[in-house]
Design a protein around this ligand. Structure first.
Ligand SMILES: Nc1nc2c(ncn2[C@@H]2O[C@H](COP(=O)(O)OP(=O)(O)OP(=O)(O)O)[C@@H](O)[C@H]2O)c(=O)[nH]1
Ligand SMILES: [Mg+2]
Length: 331
């Protein structure tokens, strides 16, 4: 209770987050991580008080995923430098499978090594993954919303080798998969349709030479041409996070995908869709399939949620109460 009393009220915190106050962002993220009922109540108010336009119609949520050691953190640091040069602020959520402390520290070190990359407009938060969302912690969605209210770019770094990427692509506007030179795994996953096709593919460590070029050629060959001219054509690039080649092109490709979404009016619906999926996933975890059926079934719920478009915790709690009331009536 002590810690909660020390917090400013949800509206004040939301206003400070929107003013890009870093310590407010840190406090807001702590609040979302707090499982106590009073904290959850405040977190719901906080999310409801954030400017809707920022959460659903602006900024860019970028996912960076790939196998362990492929260079995601190094690439993050290189990307941050370019974004900063372009005047954009960046919030980073690093979902670390092992240790939230060492993961964040490592990323911080990488960023510090790139002189000038780590300034007041770059914010890093490390999250331990708790086995949900195929490696993504349940808080990633609400935390992304808080970060979107405060930063131009929100980058989510997650480790994934195959199927796990599917879940990242359900939480970020643009998913970027980082492939390892001379590793056939990702190509096999793509070909077999096990891996959700990312929006941007990049072979890192291009400085190793021939092996990277070969992998890039194989990846390009394994990408299906789009069925419709209107579909997004997935770019496959080579980059070197350590040498710094291909980074501007990577930033341009990531930006091009956002432009593609915006010109088709897809940014808001895509994010509302992530939120609806996040709510359904939580309901499924708490009440199982039977619970979902009682609420009208998955597809009905999905369309109801997309239509209603409220803040995430409010929508979730309303459904939860509806279900509990129903069960109470029946027994
Ligand atoms: N040669 C070469 N090595 C690189 C490049 N990028 C990263 N590395 C090296 O690859 C190793 C792993 O880099 P990280 O950036 O920690 O990779 P990661 O994907 O974030 O790793 P995890 O978070 O542990 O999954 C480090 O030793 C880096 O120095 C690159 O472009 N070229
Ligand atoms: Mg890393």
């Amino acid at each position: 209770m002590q810690a909660l009393r020390a917090l400013p009220d949800a509206e004040t915190l939301a206003a400070s987050v929107s003013d890009r106050d870093r310590s407010a962002v840190a406090k807001a993220l702590n609040l979302l991580d707090d499982k106590r009922p009073e904290a959850r109540h405040r977190a719901a108010h906080l999310l409801a008080a954030l400017p809707k336009q920022r959460l659903y119609s602006s900024g860019h949520l970028v996912g960076l995923t790939g196998p362990p050691g492929v260079g995601k953190s190094s690439l993050t640091a290189a990307l941050v430098r370019v974004w900063r040069e372009r005047g954009l602020s960046v919030g980073i959520l690093a979902v670390d499978p092992s240790s939230p402390i060492s993961g964040g520290a490592l990323l911080g070190d990488r960023l510090r090594m790139l002189s000038g990359a780590l300034d007041a407009s770059v914010f890093i938060r490390s999250l331990a993954c708790r086995g949900e969302f195929g490696g993504l912690s349940a808080e990633v969605w609400p935390m992304s919303l808080v970060m979107l209210a405060a930063f131009d770019i929100v980058l989510v770094e997650t480790v994934g080798v195959g199927q796990k990427e599917i879940d990242v692509s359900k939480l970020t506007d643009t998913t970027c998969f980082v492939a390892q030179p001379a590793s056939g795994d990702s190509i096999q996953f793509l070909k077999a349709g096990i891996m959700e096709i990312p929006h941007v593919l990049v072979v890192n460590k291009a400085d190793v030479g021939i092996a990277a070029r070969k992998t890039l050629a194989e990846l390009r060959a394994s990408l299906q041409p789009p069925a419709h001219a209107e579909d997004w054509e997935v770019p496959a690039l080579a980059a070197s996070a350590t040498v710094g080649t291909g980074i501007e092109e990577l930033v341009d490709s990531i930006e091009a995908h956002r432009t593609w979404l915006v010109t088709r009016g897809l940014l808001a619906p895509v994010r509302q869709g992530f939120q609806a999926e996040w709510i359904i996933k939580r309901l499924l975890e708490e009440f199982g399939r039977f619970g979902l059926e009682q609420l009208g079934g998955r597809s009905r719920l999905l369309s109801d949620l997309l239509e209603a478009q409220g803040p995430p915790f409010e929508q979730y709690d309303a459904l939860r109460h509806r279900l509990l009331a129903r069960w109470h009536e029946q027994n």
